[in-house]
Design a protein around this ligand. Structure first.
Ligand code: 6PG
Length: 249
């Protein structure tokens, strides 16, 4: 696994989604065997939808004791839970409503009506779950925007420099609506971080990041360097179209 992690390129979205579901259940089984629980932070956006649908179907749904799985969110928009933009709604309709996960094991970010209050609530939620030790997720799933944003960490955001709070509210330029997001240091504490990236519009930024170019530092995705060094980029051919033959590890 190189400096920027391991890259796996898939010929089409379905293969990528299946690989992500396989990683989810594999990491879940390992975490539950080791610690009796699996704490995973889900990505929002559209890319992970198929992965979540697969997890709720055979064979994946049979491969984990879902009562020991705890579902968190990497970020949330300040919209009602029933709003089509809600990351919680995405998870609920594709996965959570179809799996025997106890209600107490699902930890939504209550970002509506106030992102600021939502950030405080989630900070408390994470402290309640992880205790006052380090918030170490077993797995964090991330997407990436064409501007290199991850979760709701956008280029130039003060949140990129946050080193104390686990969760912050973000608003302002470049942020489509007020949001709540995990901060980079929390993501980088995770045992495993997996990017799911699809679409040709992401190819230029992905190339800059994976080639480790000087200019890549301005992209939030380039800040994701888990201390565990277990970073995996699952990308489809469209997003990988500008990568050289050496890219796939
Ligand atoms: C969100 C996500 C965000 C997403 C990227 C990619 O709440 O929107 O956290 O970071 O992963 O914007 O979105 P797509 O998967 O829709 O391309």
């Amino acid at each position: 696994m190189g400096e920027t992690g391991q890259v796996r390129i898939f010929p089409e979205p379905e293969a990528l989604s299946r690989a992500a579901a396989e990683i989810f259940v594999e990491e879940g089984a390992k975490s539950i065997a080791a610690r009796g629980r699996f704490a995973v932070a889900l990505a929002g956006g559209s890319t992970p939808r198929r992965t979540y649908e697969l997890l709720a179907q055979e064979p994946y749904c049979q491969r984990l004791p879902w009562s020991q799985v705890h579902i968190f969110f990497g970020d949330e928009r300040a919209v009602p839970p029933a709003d089509p933009r809600s990351n919680y709604r995405l998870a609920r309709e594709t996965m959570l409503s179809r799996l025997p996960i106890p209600g107490g094991n699902v930890h939504p970010i209550l970002a509506f009506p106030s992102a600021a209050a939502g950030a405080e609530q989630y900070e408390a939620e994470l402290q309640a779950f992880f205790g006052y030790g380090l918030p170490r997720f077993d797995l964090v799933l991330l997407g990436m925007g064409p501007d290199g944003h991850v979760a709701s960490l956008f280029p130039g955001s003060p949140a990129l420099r946050e080193t104390v709070r686990r969760v912050v509210a973000v608003t302002g330029e470049g942020v489509p609506e007020p949001r709540v997001t995990l901060t980079p240091w929390v993501i980088n504490l995770a045992a495993v971080v997996v990017f799911l990236i699809m679409g040709r519009e992401k190819a230029p930024v992905l190339r800059e990041i994976l080639q480790g170019s000087e200019s890549a530092g301005r992209y939030p995705a380039a800040l994701i360097r888990p201390l565990s060094q277990r970073l995996l980029w699952l990308v489809d051919q469209e997003a990988a179209r500008l990568l050289g033959p050496e890219a796939a590890g």
